[in-house]
Design a protein around this ligand. Structure first.
Ligand SMILES: [Zn+2]
Length: 113
């Protein structure tokens, strides 16, 4: 399962960081875009399973879902397409330039000492 290996690497990274700073992680904040190929709900449940028995077993995973941002060079505008319709609302041309939506990154860790 794809999401499980991602959950494990999130735990690894967070654990390393907690060791370096000293303290206990209470929450991991993650940014997730729809083009990352990861389903938020699946990741959340994989994380719950994977954190058991680790130093992060009380740490919450907070997923912030960010939208797809597409850019039209003709109109020089960014827009937020619906789902996977990437046409520009201004001129109707396909917008191959994607500026957001692929995110899968830890943006913050909440640590208590
Ligand atoms: Zn356009």
């Amino acid at each position: 399962m794809h999401e499980l290996s991602i959950a494990l690497s999130i735990l690894d990274m967070a654990e390393e960081e907690a060791e370096r700073r000293g303290g206990r992680i209470v929450a991991v904040h993650l940014k997730l875009g729809p083009l990352s190929g990861v389903v938020a709900r699946a990741l959340a449940s994989a994380y719950e399973m994977a954190r058991e028995g680790t130093p992060l077993d009380q740490a919450e995973l907070v997923i912030e879902e960010v939208p797809i941002v597409a850019y039209c060079a003709t109109c020089d505008v960014e827009h937020l397409p619906d789902a996977f319709d990437l046409r520009c609302p201004g001129c109707g041309a396909p917008t191959p330039t994607i500026r957001g939506g692929r995110e899968l990154e830890i943006v913050a860790l909440e640590i208590v000492s």
